[in-house]
Ligand binder design. Structure first.
Ligand code: AMP
Ligand code: MG
Length: 487
């Protein structure tokens, strides 16, 4: 048996087959000289793919869509979206392709998707390419999020194409091979709704139910249950982002997945000094997607989903609207409950602690962190040591510790659980200065810093000697961090 036969992959091609209206069959551009930069071997194994095969030339060609099995139908997916509040009726995969679906070890299908595979009919003014830095960035941050236990698309590989791509300078091109529960976005439903074809909208909703919320099919109105399930998934997801200090950066409706996975890592960043107004993206001038706005934006985006689903929610439009408004009202309640529970866990407070006392302590410590420009991640990690009686590492982070001194006594009186804190407060996150350092080196052909950082952030809760610099805040001269969307 040849290597290829032994490692043959069967793509289901379900989306391509069932949604011709939303999928344009397309081919990835051939790469002049593909070289593997990083491969996610455990994920490959979960997908039934042989890592040794993927590392072979044939395997690389599969990873970038240059040699796909005969039955596969790569497609560019159509979607619409509100970008910074403005509706764009036709976005779609301008430089991406869905190769097809394959079965994961957990029994569910996963999309295998390419980013940076060349222009498609949705490319508009874009060149269709992606470059090494931003693709490794998505790989790193998505795998860090996964390790933090936060729902996210995954990254299977980044392959350098050997093509030079024009950005501000010439940069090495790359393709990211992404794995997701699906690529159904709020924007997919906006697009389907805008066609005026309610049967298509219904089929898309049925597809979402089958893939993500099968229990909804049992409901009296499955589409109502679907909407409520997406609201719940997003409330939980955004609470998780807030708890780790993650700023997505471009929460347009085309970048919000129906599955509740974090998707489309562009100008995202982890907050360092606690600042509710933190915004990193150079294009987000008004701070629409600032840290503190993320729950509000998610709710706004879900309202756009509700509008798209209206014809399915009830025959009577007034009743449909009434139902949508009521369900959307669940978002704030669910978000607040998830966030408060998460904050209590970060403080090591045991179940049964008084909620008012806990929320008072949370509000107070966040105000102190903000006033003192204290590093959010390090503070909570060091607070675990404070729970064990070693107060100074956390205390020394405050320029003026008197507020903390009063707070810490009241907090310790509640007998916080230090071990439980260490399981939810990461020691290592992809800090912006470390990410930049790793990507700069990788762009100049040195992958070692990237590999070391990936190792740290994919085991985020286990503090290890020798990794101190990965737990430390950025040096003062790192300045105000900006991320760029020109990915
Ligand atoms: P994003 O901000 O990455 O979510 O992308 C928004 C839209 O722009 C999507 O329709 C992308 O497919 C498209 N896009 C982004 N970069 C490019 C590019 N270099 N070439 C073609 N389309 C692109
Ligand atoms: Mg996008």
């Amino acid at each position: 048996m040849s290597d290829t036969a032994k490692s043959a992959v069967t793509f289901d091609g379900r989306f391509a087959r069932e949604f011709a209206e939303l999928a344009i069959p397309w081919r990835a551009e051939d790469a002049p000289d593909p070289q593997l930069l990083v491969l996610n071997e455990p994920l490959a194994a979960d997908l039934g793919l042989d890592p040794a095969f993927l590392r072979s030339h044939e395997g690389l060609l599969l990873l970038i869509g240059n040699a796909v099995p005969a039955e596969a139908t790569p497609v560019a997916q159509a979607y619409a979206g509100h970008q910074f509040g403005w509706y764009a009726p036709r976005l779609g995969d301008g430089r991406a392709l869905l190769l097809g679906e394959i079965a994961h070890a957990d029994g569910q299908l996963r999309d295998i998707h390419l980013k940076g595979s060349g222009r498609t009919p949705f490319a508009r003014g874009g060149d269709g390419w992606a470059v090494v830095g931003p693709m490794l960035r998505e790989y790193l941050v998505s795998e860090a999020m996964h390790a933090l236990g936060i729902p996210t698309t995954r990254s299977l590989a980044v392959v350098a194409t050997g093509r030079q791509v024009q950005r501000e300078t010439l940069l090495p091109g790359a393709v990211l091979t992404r794995v997701a529960s699906s690529h159904l976005r709020i924007g997919s439903f906006q697009y389907a709704r805008a066609t005026g074809n309610v049967a298509l909208l219904r089929r898309l909703a049925d597809h979402a139910i089958t893939r993500h919320y099968p229990a909804a099919a049992e409901g009296e109105n499955p589409y109502a249950v679907l909407f409520q399930a997406v609201v719940a998934a997003q409330a939980s997801l955004v609470a998780r982002w807030m708890l780790v200090g993650f700023v997505h950066g471009v929460m347009n409706t085309d970048n919000m997945a129906i599955s509740g996975e974090t998707i489309d890592y562009g100008p995202c960043a982890f907050m360092e000094a606690f600042d509710p107004a933190a915004v990193y993206s150079s294009i987000d001038e008004g701070g629409r997607y600032a840290y503190r706005n993320q729950p509000l934006v998610a709710e706004w985006n879900l309202a756009r989903l509700a509008e798209s689903l209206l014809p399915l929610l009830h025959d009577d439009e007034e009743k449909a609207v009434e139902f949508a408004v009521e369900s959307l009202g669940g978002f704030r309640r669910q978000y607040s409950a998830a966030w408060s529970a998460g904050m209590s866990a970060k403080l090591g407070l045991q179940d049964g602690s008084d909620d008012d006392v806990a929320s008072g302590l949370v509000d107070e410590i966040l105000a102190l962190l903000q006033a003192g420009h204290v590093d959010y991640t390090s503070f909570f990690r060091r607070l675990g040591r404070a729970a064990r009686g070693q107060i100074e590492p956390a205390r020394s982070m405050f320029p003026e510790p008197s507020g903390f001194d009063g707070w810490v006594q009241r907090w310790r009186a509640l007998d916080p659980d230090a071990d439980a804190m260490d399981r939810v407060n990461p020691a290592y996150i992809p800090r912006n200065h470390l990410v930049e350092e790793a990507l700069d080196a990788a762009t100049a052909d040195d992958l070692a810093p990237f590999e070391r950082l990936l190792d740290a952030v994919t085991t985020p809760f286990a503090e290890r000697p020798g990794l101190e610099r990965y737990a430390a805040a950025a040096p003062e001269d790192f300045g105000t961090y900006r991320t760029f969307c020109g990915t």
